[in-house]
Design a binder for this molecule. Structure first.
Ligand code: HEC
Ligand code: HEC
Length: 351
């Protein structure tokens, strides 16, 4: 630059830089003041930042900054804030009975959100992310319960499991009628035909022999009317809802070999609050029954009445509906409890 002699642009009176393009000369204007100040401030800011925050790599790691700030600490702080907000609800939740929780929309919503997240993490693997189930894993959205659908029943199932290693687990074992030679193959065929007829339109009248085999071998667990026995986790065989498949071959296998589905216990793996949130969540999925254990007993006492109804051996969709509505009307405590009302009047027929 020094070799170019100073030239002043005669229009503006500003010195030129000596650069010229097609007769246009570049003026050597100073940088705007504001721009220079912003530049200076950013430099000061950067130096301040290096001092306050972790910034430069060193041989042993990096400079720590005067406050020792890290992203981890920030995360911890915001988590602590969330836990504090949660514990406000958790404390209330822990102290409240199911009835109280169901009657408190805010607390109930809190439990539902927790239950839904816990379900996705722990249960969806077997029961499906919508709790829809699959072969061998029950659908939890319906009111077709193996072991019972009250809050107390569901909590027991979740807490202790089914055929799990826990002492309090729900246990039962259907005999392997074929494998253990308790019934002849023909007898199994007959009882399978009878069982299948219970949920078909043709009815069971033509299967007297199968009916007798059933009465002698199966009714003790599945019930005289084959509507299931919750004391043994024995499924309802008359409702066309099958845990292990409803083709002739599937049912034959179920009788020949028998199944023993295992549901893990969650006590010791999940804390009390989690188990109770899951209970409320599963109960709300569509099939929840009753509200407390007092109601459970009342509901199960209703069942003998239904057994004596004339079409017990040939249940139609209607009879199932009737059954459920009787249960619903038999519950004194559902008023004003949004969950229970919903559960009790929900569409009844399938699992
Ligand atoms: C390893 C697979 C597995 C996992 C994980 C699992 N379950 Fe289950 N669950 C089962 C099986 C299998 C059954 C049916 C057992 C039987 O045949 O009686 C069952 C049954 C149930 C029942 C009883 C249904 C009825 O009709 O009575 C409930 C309620 C239940 N599970 C809830 C849960 C919840 C909540 C979780 C998560 C905390 C969970 N399960 C996790 C396999 C599993
Ligand atoms: C000791 C009680 C008991 C006896 C007796 C019994 N069962 Fe079962 N049965 C069960 C249990 C419990 C299950 C569910 C097994 C599971 O969930 O893994 C079951 C399941 C079934 C299934 C599968 C149902 C489905 O939804 O897929 C069929 C079919 C069945 N039993 C038929 C029979 C027949 C037929 C007899 C008589 C020959 C019989 N059972 C005797 C307890 C019993």
């Amino acid at each position: 630059m020094s070799d170019h002699k100073k030239e002043i642009d005669h229009v503006t009176g500003v010195e030129t830089t000596g650069h010229e393009w097609d007769g246009l000369k570049e003026l050597n204007n100073p940088l705007p003041r504001w721009w220079v100040w912003v530049w200076v401030v950013t430099i000061i800011w950067a130096v301040g930042y290096w001092v306050v925050y972790p910034a430069w790599p060193t041989l042993s790691g990096h400079t720590k900054g005067t406050f020792g700030w890290t992203q981890y600490k920030e995360l911890e702080a915001s988590q602590a804030e969330i836990f504090a907000r949660q514990s406000q609800y958790l404390d209330k939740f822990q102290a409240a009975s199911y009835d109280q929780i169901s009657g408190d929309p805010e607390l109930y919503a809190f439990a539902q959100a927790g239950g839904r997240a816990l379900f996705k993490n722990n249960c969806a693997l077997c029961h499906g992310s919508g709790a829809e189930g699959s072969k061998g894993y029950p659908n939890l959205n319906d009111d077709d319960w193996l072991w019972g659908g009250t809050l107390a029943d569901i909590e027991h199932t979740i807490r202790y499991g089914i055929r799990s290693s826990h002492d309090e687990a729900r246990v039962s074992q259907m005999p392997s009628f074929g494998k253990d030679a308790m019934l002849e193959k023909e007898e199994i065929e007959k009882v399978v035909d009878y069982v299948l007829s219970l949920s078909s339109d043709e009815g069971s009248a033509a299967y007297a022999e199968g009916a007798e085999i059933f009465a002698n071998n199966c009714a003790s667990c599945h019930g005289e009317d084959a509507k299931g026995g919750r004391d043994f986790g024995a499924p309802n065989l008359s409702d066309a809802i099958w845990l292990y498949g409803g083709e002739h071959e599937d049912v034959y296998q179920s009788v020949f070999n028998a199944h023993a589905g295992v549901m893990p216990n969650w006590e010791g793996k999940l804390d009390d609050n989690s188990i109770r949130q899951l209970t409320l969540y599963v109960h709300s999925l569509g099939g929840g029954e009753g509200v407390g254990s007092a109601v459970v007993e009342e509901v199960s006492q209703e069942e003998p009445v239904l057994e004596s109804s004339p079409d017990a051996s040939e249940p139609s969709q209607d009879s199932v509906v009737k059954e459920t509505s009787i249960d619903a009307s038999a519950e004194p405590s559902v008023e004003g409890v949004p969950v229970a009302t919903e559960a009790a009047t929900d569409e009844p027929a399938d699992k």
